[in-house]
Design a protein around this ligand. Sequence first.
Ligand SMILES: [Zn+2]
Length: 128
Amino acid sequence: MSTIIRLSMKNIFRNLKKGLRCGFGLKCPRCSTGSLFVKRFRMHINCPNCNLKFEREQGYFIGAMYINYGATVFLVFPGYFLIDLFNSIPFLANFCVWGVVSAVFPIFFYRYSKSLWLNMDYILNPNT
Ligand SMILES: [Zn+2]
């Protein structure tokens, strides 16, 4: 019993590691070599290497918005409070800096959030 649990935990960590590697590398979750993006904001419809369809259904990448939002909040809130705690920057300057970061970071992280969403979903539902 414990061997089965240990093996499945090992598989979970291996799949999670692969998902994060492919997610941040902007690679296909099935073959790990096909590129997800044609251009900066334009995705391939299918994987150029293994032909996996990336957008499984209409509205599929709404979950990527949650990842993008969470990453932005995870960056901006601690950043604001850490700078406020350890520096004597005026409130308005600190607020403006993190306001700009919260507007620019999601644009930068757009590709990664879609890639991470696709890879995490493929780990949980590889057959669909
Ligand atoms: Zn592929």
